[in-house]
Design a protein around this ligand. Structure first.
Ligand SMILES: [Zn+2]
Length: 228
């Protein structure tokens, strides 16, 4: 049976974070604060509509992000089926990395220090990525290239870890934001000239907020009916 990656919901997810690692963090419908736990743990969230539910979803997202060629994807679909337990552990690592990057970003947005445990996890993934990097000469200079066999199931995690490291070391972290839409929390880099971006997208949270604002306004301006 052939697996159709384009049939997975994550295959058409919006890529609006402005960075690979942020788009990876946004592979969920949204995140809501968890009232039961948030007093003890400011990072406690409930994940709404997770789009990474199995290893194939991870491959579908990798294709969406342009991380792997069709041939590499097909090879990994086959390998994932053959090495099921290993594929499941790559998915678990992916989700752990995703949430660690999310919490590090939330700390930055909230002007707090990130938790050591999250930095440690990112560093572990980064070390694995670094093991597969080599510097090569290209036409107009030099570039990084991923090495290793095309059968390595975790190869999509390497560029994600590297993207997070690049953002943290070289990015303008004052431009990092979390969408304020209800139950959203998607992360993005605000690259607008006047730093005015508030929403993940205008079509989603932006419009919802507009509708809500309009409703509140019209409620406030409705004149009491005259009694005749
Ligand atoms: Zn949003």
């Amino acid at each position: 049976m052939t697996i159709d990656l384009s049939a997975r919901p994550v295959a058409t997810t919006k890529m609006v974070g402005g960075r690979l690692c942020l788009d990876f963090v946004n592979t969920i419908g949204g995140r809501d604060s968890d009232p039961a736990r948030s007093k003890k743990d400011p990072y406690a969230v409930i994940i709404l509509r997770d789009k990474l539910n199995d290893f194939v979803d991870l491959l579908a997202w990798s294709r969406r992000a342009g991380l792997l060629t069709e041939a590499e994807l097909q090879a990994l679909i086959r390998e994932g089926k053959r090495r099921e337990a290993e594929a499941a552990s790559v998915l678990a690592r992916a989700l752990a990395l995703r949430e660690a990057i999310y919490r590090i970003c939330k700390a930055i947005v909230g002007k707090r220090s990130p938790q050591a445990v999250d930095m440690e996890l990112l560093n572990q993934e980064l070390a694995q990525a670094r093991d597969h990097e080599s510097l090569i000469a290209v036409a107009d200079g030099f570039d990084w290239q991923w090495t290793g066999s095309s059968n390595e199931l975790d190869r999509m995690l390497w560029p994600v870890a590297r993207s997070a490291a690049e953002m943290l070391t070289m990015g303008d972290l004052t431009r990092l934001h979390a969408c304020e839409g209800e139950g959203c929390g998607w992360l993005f880099e605000d690259t607008s000239r006047n730093r005015s971006r508030q929403w993940c997208t205008m079509e989603d949270c932006g419009n919802l907020a507009k509708v809500r604002r309009f409703r509140t306004r019209s409620r406030h301006t409705t004149k009491p009916r005259k009694s005749s």
